[in-house]
Design a protein around this ligand. Structure first.
Ligand code: 7TS
Length: 412
């Protein structure tokens, strides 16, 4: 257990070492995407200058090297989330594609009329729209688990909504708006008791906390590389082998086949059955380097560091009378995301004014319109931390925050 050496870490992220609008850049939009350290950029550079080819195709050296790089990345992902075998790891473009893969493949095959699909009201649109489509096509029922005033899902709500008719429960591990860590162990356990399978959207959790898919007993766990220091365009589906084996392919095309005849085809074994067409090898290489970087620092250390920043920021934000923090206001079961509103000021104005202080935060509905409607808010502003953020970053954000209303002509 050791504190993060932020000065050393910051040296690895050249993009953070610049001024925005005359101020030191403070990047607090890590929920949207994260920045890349030099080892990730170098791994992609090295791949492109030494090993680039189309994997699984040629007998020539570059194709063989690209295949090796791709498989090494897959093994690294397997180990990172403690999956049993690489057959259970499928590369996609991002979390969105991962959920679509499951909805179209598992959903079309196994969800029938009268079945229930259970989500949380706080889901990202990526974990709502594919299920709306399947529910409509299959005449299944879409049900939502609602949050209490603290932004948490009470266990009674879990037990009320998940029933023996539930076929699939799909829920984020951590809310991208409120930072709540949902009680997924209980949800997985109860879902299984009711005979449902459970998909966990790990887009906001995998980059920040230890994930062990076997310990969780999740049926599916999905995430995006670009939220964990890797490039955009690489994402992951973890799925239990026996479930993946029972599912038809999602996309059809090259590389996912065994034999093709004029009128039918047989498919490649897992995981390739779900990886049609040329894959994003340099994205996979970047993801492997990102995981190595995160593991060197230690996921426990990263989680602890972010919680300290949340504690520090929450303490300051809660003491400002016109700042309204949404979601959990203590450190129990939460991660490094804080959504808030400011009295009389639209969140987009908050974001624009903070930008003039060099502070990057996101404003809007965060692709979670049903949650915004449930909270009766048009939008929020959101800060989201990562391993390279510091207390000085929080101070600069709070200083900007204190000036927002003054900018707009309010006394304080
Ligand atoms: N699920 C959750 C919980 C997310 O936070 C996001 C992206 C996605 C799915 C979709 O990920 P993608 O990589 O496929 O786009 N969330 C955000 C956000 O909060 N701000 O920008 C993107």
């Amino acid at each position: 257990m050791h504190k993060l050496n932020i000065d050393e870490i910051k040296k690895d992220f050249p993009i953070l070492n610049q001024k925005i609008n005359g101020n030191r850049l403070v990047y607090l939009d890590n929920g949207a995407t994260t920045q890349k350290p030099i080892p990730v950029i170098e791994a992609i550079y090295n791949y492109n200058t030494k090993s680039h080819g189309n994997p699984h195709r040629g007998a020539h050296q570059l194709s063989i090297r690209a295949t090796e790089e791709y498989d090494l990345a897959k093994e690294r992902v397997r180990k990172f989330i403690n999956a049993e075998s690489i057959e259970e790891i499928i590369f996609t473009r991002n979390t969105t594609e991962s959920i679509n893969l499951i909805a179209y493949s598992y959903g079309k095959e196994f969800i029938n009329e009268g079945d229930e699909i259970v989500l949380a009201i706080s889901e990202h649109h990526s974990n709502i729209l594919p299920w709306q489509r399947i529910a409509k096509e299959k005449k299944a029922t879409l049900k939502y688990m609602y949050l209490n005033d603290d932004g948490r899902i009470p266990i009674e709500e879990v037990k009320e909504k998940i029933t023996e008719n539930t076929k699939i429960v799909s829920i984020a591990h951590m809310s991208n708006v409120l930072g709540t860590i949902h009680p997924i162990e209980e949800i997985i356990d109860y879902g299984h008791k009711m005979g449902a399978i459970v998909l966990i959207d790990g887009a906001q959790s995998t980059p920040h906390i230890n994930v062990d898919v076997q310990k969780l007993d999740a049926d599916f766990y999905v995430f995006s590389g670009h939220k964990m220091l890797a490039p955009m365009g690489i994402g992951v589906v973890y799925g239990k082998k026996e479930i993946l084996e029972s599912m038809p392919p999602f996309l059809m095309g090259g590389d996912m086949i065994e034999y093709v005849y004029e009128d039918h085809a047989s498919f490649a074994p897992l995981p390739y059955k779900f990886e049609a067409g040329t894959q994003n090898v340099e994205g996979a290489v970047g993801l492997r380097a990102a995981i190595e970087y995160l593991e060197k620092i230690g996921m426990d250390n990263i989680e602890r560091h972010e919680l300290k920043l949340v504690e520090y920021a929450l303490d300051k934000m809660l003491s400002i009378p016109y700042v309204n923090v949404q979601g959990p206001k203590d450190l129990d079961m939460r991660g490094g995301i804080i959504s808030f509103t400011i009295d009389d000021v639209h969140p987009h104005d908050v974001s624009t004014i903070l930008d003039s202080y060099g502070v990057a935060v996101r404003a809007g509905h965060h692709c979670a319109q049903p949650l915004m409607r449930y909270l009766n808010l048009p939008a929020t502003s959101r800060v989201s931390f990562y391993l390279y953020n510091t207390k000085e970053d929080v101070d600069q954000f709070i200083e900007g925050l204190k000036n927002v209303r003054k900018w707009l002509g309010y006394g304080s």
